[in-house]
Design a protein around this ligand. Sequence first.
Ligand code: PSV
Ligand code: MN
Ligand code: MN
Length: 406
Amino acid sequence: MSDRAYQVFEEQQKARGIDLEKVKEKLKALKVETPSWGYGDSGTRFKVFKQQGVPRNPFEKFEDAAQVHKLTGICPSVAIHIPWDKTDDYDKLKEHAANLGVSIGAVNPNLFQEDEYIFGSVTNSDPAIRQKAEEHLLECVDIAKTVGSDVLSLWFADGTNYPGQADIRKRKHWMQESLTRMYRAMTPEMRMLIEYKFFEPAFYHTDLADWGMAFNLANKLGPQAEVLVDTGHHAQGTNVEHIVAYLLDEEKLGGFHFNSRKYADDDLIVGSVNPYELFLIFYQILDAEATGSEGVRNNAANIAYMIDQSHAIEPKIPAMLRSVLNVHTQYAKALLINLDEVKEAQDRQDVLGAEDAVRRAFEFDVAPLLRAVREEIGVPVDPMKTYLESGYGQSILSRGKGGASW
Ligand code: PSV
Ligand code: MN
Ligand code: MN
């Protein structure tokens, strides 16, 4: 690497005791899954703006997602949402993905868009609706088997809007019963990731409102069930990295849905307003990898990193690229934390020293490092610039308006 900026960076990091070869290996090994729905039209509850060139079907969504992988080298899989990505030939979709150099990742059941689910899906007091919801969950296990995916990612919109509207405890039991049957249908390789969210669309109570409820349910189901942390699903001020550290220590952290938020579940470009939070999440993961028990280290090594964002006003492919690049940047910065230095300061109970050892890593410019990594893995050193100059965005305009939307 002839880049002068990289040479300076290398000297600087060596002097701090950072093994840059190891850092580069970790940066090359990071895998971030992108969501099929992030390529389609989406919006707020007030309006979905239709954009020109949006994919018209799951096959085209994979074509767009493959661009993101081609340019970054770290997004080899794409999550699907059923029925948004329903097709009568999943083998064909799997083959199409493989031809594009990507694969089908997490399978997300969707139990929140049909009229029958107005009062809940697996928690509905009507047994026929619960049955229908459960059949959909089982259908998704079958789809995962067909496409060769080993992650089932569950989020339930189930909840109520008013006190007294429904029996909260009965709903808790119904949720557990359905998920138990789904769990039993999974192959031993599969993992069930249980996502929580404190409100929306329900405004009074949500059946799986926080990490504790998801964690409790995952524990009851068994070792193949874990918790999924969507960074936008907490009340203001929640310490998300604390939840991450806690779940890791319990060996129950299944994965992430990364996105950025300022107010509620905003689903915006990852790291756009809260890059330090993302950095601190990675700090907890790297610390668990370095100092956790064998089980904790295994958990840290098997986290499913996924993006869950929806683009209402911005062009979708570059927005996804920006998110992936932001994740890579914050991961790179977290890799520069000298964990020994942090530990020494902790042992001295040196509050400012410990905080400084963490924060200092965040303040380095990692652009030269990421350029070096990209050169070594054979992707463009500036993926965004290459995308914007590639003409791909123009080439898809012929798809017209009115593509897939959620
Ligand atoms: C719900 O807000 C959620 O975060 C779930 O992960 C859904 O699958 C996704 O958003 C839909 O956009
Ligand atoms: Mn999510
Ligand atoms: Mn969400």
